[in-house]
Design a protein around this ligand. Structure first.
Ligand SMILES: [Zn+2]
Ligand SMILES: [Zn+2]
Length: 206
Protein backbone atom coordinates (compact mmCIF):
# COMPACT_ATOMS: atom_id res chain seq x y z
CA UNK A 1 0.00 0.00 0.00
CA UNK A 2 1.29 3.42 -0.98
CA UNK A 3 0.94 6.87 0.55
CA UNK A 4 1.93 10.38 -0.46
CA UNK A 5 4.90 11.89 1.36
CA UNK A 6 7.20 14.92 1.14
CA UNK A 7 10.68 13.45 0.75
CA UNK A 8 13.72 15.48 1.82
CA UNK A 9 16.51 14.86 -0.70
CA UNK A 10 18.85 17.67 0.34
CA UNK A 11 19.16 21.43 0.58
CA UNK A 12 16.11 23.08 -1.02
CA UNK A 13 15.12 19.77 -2.55
CA UNK A 14 11.84 18.36 -1.17
CA UNK A 15 9.65 16.28 -3.51
CA UNK A 16 6.10 14.99 -3.18
CA UNK A 17 6.36 11.26 -3.91
CA UNK A 18 4.48 7.98 -3.51
CA UNK A 19 6.15 5.64 -1.01
CA UNK A 20 5.19 2.49 0.88
CA UNK A 21 3.14 2.94 4.06
CA UNK A 22 5.58 2.07 6.90
CA UNK A 23 5.38 -1.48 8.28
CA UNK A 24 5.38 -1.75 12.07
CA UNK A 25 6.86 -4.46 14.27
CA UNK A 26 5.30 -5.80 17.48
CA UNK A 27 6.63 -2.88 19.61
CA UNK A 28 5.61 -0.05 17.30
CA UNK A 29 2.53 2.03 16.44
CA UNK A 30 1.25 3.37 13.10
CA UNK A 31 -0.36 6.83 13.17
CA UNK A 32 -2.47 8.49 10.48
CA UNK A 33 -1.38 12.13 10.42
CA UNK A 34 -4.08 14.73 10.96
CA UNK A 35 -1.89 17.82 11.48
CA UNK A 36 1.81 18.40 10.82
CA UNK A 37 3.79 21.52 11.70
CA UNK A 38 6.89 23.10 10.22
CA UNK A 39 9.51 23.41 12.95
CA UNK A 40 12.43 25.84 12.88
CA UNK A 41 14.69 22.81 12.47
CA UNK A 42 12.80 21.83 9.29
CA UNK A 43 13.33 25.33 7.94
CA UNK A 44 17.05 25.28 8.77
CA UNK A 45 17.40 21.82 7.27
CA UNK A 46 15.63 22.89 4.09
CA UNK A 47 17.75 26.03 3.69
CA UNK A 48 21.15 24.84 4.93
CA UNK A 49 21.07 21.06 5.46
CA UNK A 50 21.69 19.29 8.75
CA UNK A 51 24.71 17.17 9.62
CA UNK A 52 22.78 14.61 11.71
CA UNK A 53 20.49 13.36 8.95
CA UNK A 54 20.97 11.12 5.94
CA UNK A 55 18.69 11.95 3.01
CA UNK A 56 16.46 10.81 1.45
CA UNK A 57 13.78 10.52 4.15
CA UNK A 58 10.21 11.66 4.80
CA UNK A 59 10.42 15.24 6.03
CA UNK A 60 8.80 16.72 9.16
CA UNK A 61 8.68 15.64 12.80
CA UNK A 62 5.92 17.57 14.59
CA UNK A 63 2.43 16.16 14.19
CA UNK A 64 -0.75 14.82 15.79
CA UNK A 65 -2.98 12.05 14.49
CA UNK A 66 -4.94 8.86 15.04
CA UNK A 67 -3.54 5.42 15.84
CA UNK A 68 -4.52 3.03 13.04
CA UNK A 69 -2.40 0.01 14.03
CA UNK A 70 -0.62 -1.18 17.19
CA UNK A 71 2.02 -3.88 17.59
CA UNK A 72 1.15 -6.99 19.61
CA UNK A 73 3.44 -5.98 22.52
CA UNK A 74 2.12 -2.42 22.87
CA UNK A 75 0.07 -2.14 26.06
CA UNK A 76 -1.03 1.45 26.68
CA UNK A 77 -2.34 2.41 23.26
CA UNK A 78 -5.05 1.14 20.96
CA UNK A 79 -6.50 1.78 17.52
CA UNK A 80 -8.55 4.94 17.25
CA UNK A 81 -6.72 6.90 19.98
CA UNK A 82 -5.80 10.51 19.17
CA UNK A 83 -2.10 10.94 19.89
CA UNK A 84 0.87 13.27 19.70
CA UNK A 85 4.53 12.21 19.90
CA UNK A 86 7.85 13.91 20.52
CA UNK A 87 10.44 13.08 17.87
CA UNK A 88 13.00 11.67 20.30
CA UNK A 89 13.39 9.77 23.53
CA UNK A 90 16.28 9.54 26.00
CA UNK A 91 18.37 6.36 26.23
CA UNK A 92 18.11 6.21 30.07
CA UNK A 93 21.61 4.68 30.21
CA UNK A 94 24.14 7.45 29.62
CA UNK A 95 25.66 9.75 32.27
CA UNK A 96 23.24 12.63 31.61
CA UNK A 97 20.16 10.40 31.68
CA UNK A 98 21.29 8.95 34.99
CA UNK A 99 21.57 12.38 36.61
CA UNK A 100 18.13 13.43 35.33
CA UNK A 101 19.37 15.70 32.49
CA UNK A 102 17.72 13.73 29.67
CA UNK A 103 17.76 16.69 27.30
CA UNK A 104 21.57 16.31 27.20
CA UNK A 105 21.35 12.56 26.45
CA UNK A 106 24.18 11.31 24.26
CA UNK A 107 21.72 9.25 22.24
CA UNK A 108 18.94 11.82 21.89
CA UNK A 109 18.95 11.89 18.12
CA UNK A 110 16.26 12.36 15.51
CA UNK A 111 14.57 9.00 15.88
CA UNK A 112 11.35 10.07 14.28
CA UNK A 113 10.97 11.75 10.94
CA UNK A 114 8.02 11.37 8.63
CA UNK A 115 5.33 13.85 9.66
CA UNK A 116 4.82 15.26 6.14
CA UNK A 117 3.10 12.09 4.98
CA UNK A 118 -0.22 10.28 5.37
CA UNK A 119 1.13 7.80 7.94
CA UNK A 120 4.09 7.70 10.32
CA UNK A 121 5.61 4.84 12.29
CA UNK A 122 6.34 5.48 15.98
CA UNK A 123 9.43 3.52 17.15
CA UNK A 124 9.46 1.59 20.42
CA UNK A 125 11.42 4.00 22.64
CA UNK A 126 9.08 6.85 21.71
CA UNK A 127 5.97 4.67 22.16
CA UNK A 128 7.25 3.84 25.65
CA UNK A 129 8.29 7.35 26.73
CA UNK A 130 7.03 10.15 24.52
CA UNK A 131 3.73 9.15 22.90
CA UNK A 132 0.75 10.88 24.54
CA UNK A 133 -3.01 10.51 24.19
CA UNK A 134 -4.67 13.83 23.30
CA UNK A 135 -7.45 14.85 25.73
CA UNK A 136 -10.83 15.27 24.01
CA UNK A 137 -10.94 19.05 24.61
CA UNK A 138 -7.67 19.69 22.69
CA UNK A 139 -7.60 20.09 18.89
CA UNK A 140 -5.01 18.23 16.80
CA UNK A 141 -3.42 21.54 15.78
CA UNK A 142 -2.99 22.50 19.45
CA UNK A 143 -1.70 19.08 20.47
CA UNK A 144 0.92 19.10 17.71
CA UNK A 145 2.60 22.03 19.50
CA UNK A 146 3.22 20.05 22.68
CA UNK A 147 6.90 19.25 22.06
CA UNK A 148 8.03 22.84 21.28
CA UNK A 149 5.83 24.07 24.14
CA UNK A 150 7.44 21.54 26.50
CA UNK A 151 10.91 22.80 25.47
CA UNK A 152 9.86 26.38 26.21
CA UNK A 153 8.27 25.55 29.59
CA UNK A 154 11.33 23.52 30.57
CA UNK A 155 13.64 26.41 29.58
CA UNK A 156 11.58 28.91 31.61
CA UNK A 157 11.62 26.66 34.65
CA UNK A 158 15.36 26.01 34.40
CA UNK A 159 16.33 29.66 33.83
CA UNK A 160 13.68 31.18 36.14
CA UNK A 161 13.17 33.97 33.61
CA UNK A 162 10.64 36.62 34.67
CA UNK A 163 8.33 38.70 32.54
CA UNK A 164 10.30 41.92 33.11
CA UNK A 165 13.37 40.25 31.56
CA UNK A 166 11.61 39.17 28.37
CA UNK A 167 12.30 42.27 26.23
CA UNK A 168 16.01 41.57 26.70
CA UNK A 169 15.63 37.99 25.49
CA UNK A 170 12.76 38.21 23.06
CA UNK A 171 13.92 40.35 20.19
CA UNK A 172 12.01 38.26 17.66
CA UNK A 173 8.67 36.61 18.20
CA UNK A 174 8.45 33.45 16.10
CA UNK A 175 6.74 30.28 17.28
CA UNK A 176 9.10 29.65 20.19
CA UNK A 177 9.13 33.33 21.11
CA UNK A 178 5.33 33.45 21.12
CA UNK A 179 5.12 30.30 23.22
CA UNK A 180 7.73 31.67 25.61
CA UNK A 181 5.94 34.98 26.15
CA UNK A 182 2.63 33.18 26.56
CA UNK A 183 4.07 30.65 29.02
CA UNK A 184 5.72 33.30 31.21
CA UNK A 185 2.44 35.23 31.36
CA UNK A 186 0.68 32.07 32.54
CA UNK A 187 3.32 31.53 35.22
CA UNK A 188 3.00 35.14 36.35
CA UNK A 189 -0.79 35.26 35.85
CA UNK A 190 -0.83 38.42 33.76
CA UNK A 191 -1.53 39.48 30.18
CA UNK A 192 0.88 40.58 27.48
CA UNK A 193 0.10 41.74 23.95
CA UNK A 194 2.27 40.45 21.15
CA UNK A 195 2.53 42.07 17.79
CA UNK A 196 4.70 42.85 14.82
CA UNK A 197 5.43 45.69 12.44
CA UNK A 198 4.25 45.04 8.88
CA UNK A 199 6.48 45.79 5.89
CA UNK A 200 4.49 49.04 5.51
CA UNK A 201 5.49 50.00 9.07
CA UNK A 202 2.02 49.44 10.56
CA UNK A 203 1.82 47.79 14.03
CA UNK A 204 -0.41 44.71 14.18
CA UNK A 205 -1.37 42.93 17.41
CA UNK A 206 -1.91 39.18 17.54
ZN1 LIG B 1 10.88 20.45 16.04
ZN1 LIG C 1 20.97 9.05 27.59
Amino acid sequence: MKMRAAIYHGIQDVRLEEVEIPQINSDEVLVKIKVALTCGTDRKMYLRGYHLVNPPFVFGHEFAGDIVKVGANVRNFEEGMRVVAANSAPCNKCFYCKIGRESLCKDLTFRLNGAFAEYVKIPRDIVEQNLLEIPCNIFYKEAALVEPLACVVHGIQESNIRLAQLPHFQKKCGVYGGLRVHSVTIFEECHVFMGFITSEGIPRFL
